[in-house]
Design a protein around this ligand. Structure first.
Ligand code: HEC
Ligand code: HEC
Ligand code: HEC
Ligand code: HEC
Ligand code: HEC
Length: 130
């Protein structure tokens, strides 16, 4: 295992800086192919390499977030539909600071659904009565 005890790694997390390690996305976002939420790595996982790292909050901010009345599942898109993370999140390992690559607005979901002949039915993405 590649240890990086110093510097202390308390600055902003950069995907680009970790790109040379060639880690799979699901090593840190472990639920992305299994559940609704992709999830974030626990601090303990960072400390495997950054043995001197202090306390910090992960995530420090949220970028992609949809409201509760929308049904969205990572597993459905990653495992069932076999879409790459990049189809929605872009080239994450080329970005020092992540930005929203693909909008999470209804139109953006619809555009891709149309392209892939996936559902356009209101009730697939919105539970009735909410
Ligand atoms: C598999 C080992 C590994 C894991 C796991 C890892 N890192 Fe790193 N990290 C590195 C290496 C190696 C570098 C140095 C890259 C460089 O300098 O080019 C680095 C650099 C950094 C830096 C920049 C430090 C500086 O020089 O300012 C930060 C901040 C950081 N990591 C935070 C984290 C956080 C937060 C996590 C957990 C989510 C994490 N790292 C998980 C190996 C790892
Ligand atoms: C070493 C662990 C690690 C690896 C590997 C990793 N990520 Fe992350 N990712 C993080 C951390 C930590 C954050 C939160 C950063 C913050 O909030 O400061 C994050 C945030 C994100 C976000 C923003 C989510 C949101 O809504 O806020 C996306 C999207 C993302 N990662 C996608 C990916 C993709 C795609 C890959 C593979 C190409 C990947 N990540 C690989 C640790 C990792
Ligand atoms: C079809 C588009 C799509 C694909 C493919 C996709 N995501 Fe996402 N991702 C989203 C949307 C939409 C959200 C916001 C979800 C929410 O708020 O419930 C999100 C949120 C996230 C988050 C924030 C936290 C969380 O738990 O949801 C992370 C991290 C993330 N994605 C990583 C990944 C990784 C890693 C992959 C590939 C294994 C991936 N995503 C594939 C659309 C996608
Ligand atoms: C990059 C293309 C793409 C994007 C963007 C995308 N989807 Fe999908 N989605 C698909 C595909 C392809 C399927 C069909 C999966 C399958 O065959 O199981 C699907 C399936 C679904 C399903 C399951 C439908 C069913 O038949 O029950 C839901 C719900 C869903 N998507 C919601 C969303 C929402 C909400 C968004 C936007 C936040 C979104 N999707 C964005 C490609 C996409
Ligand atoms: C492929 C998934 C998907 C389908 C199909 C879909 N929606 Fe949406 N809808 C979304 C997303 C994503 C949002 C935005 C959520 C957010 O802003 O966080 C949204 C937002 C909305 C809003 C709130 C608008 C606002 O700005 O507050 C309404 C109302 C709505 N949809 C109705 C519908 C109706 C009616 C249909 C059927 C014609 C439909 N939706 C089909 C994904 C979908």
């Amino acid at each position: 295992m590649f240890l990086w005890a110093s510097p202390q790694a308390n600055g902003p997390f950069s995907h680009k800086m970790h790109a040379p390690l060639k880690m799979k996305c699901v090593q840190c976002h472990t639920q992305a192919d299994k559940a609704e939420r992709a999830g974030f790595p626990p601090l303990a996982q960072c400390k495997v390499c950054h043995t001197e790292m202090g306390e910090r909050t992960i995530p420090s901010q949220r970028l992609y977030e949809i409201r509760d009345f929308v049904v969205f599942s990572h597993a459905r898109h990653v495992a069932a539909a076999k879409l790459e993370c990049a189809a929605c999140h872009g080239a994450v390992y080329e970005q020092a600071v992540l930005k929203v690559e693909r909008s999470t607005a209804m139109k953006a979901c619809m555009d891709c659904h149309r392209e892939h002949k996936a559902t356009l039915s209101c009730t697939a993405c919105h539970e009735l009565g909410q």
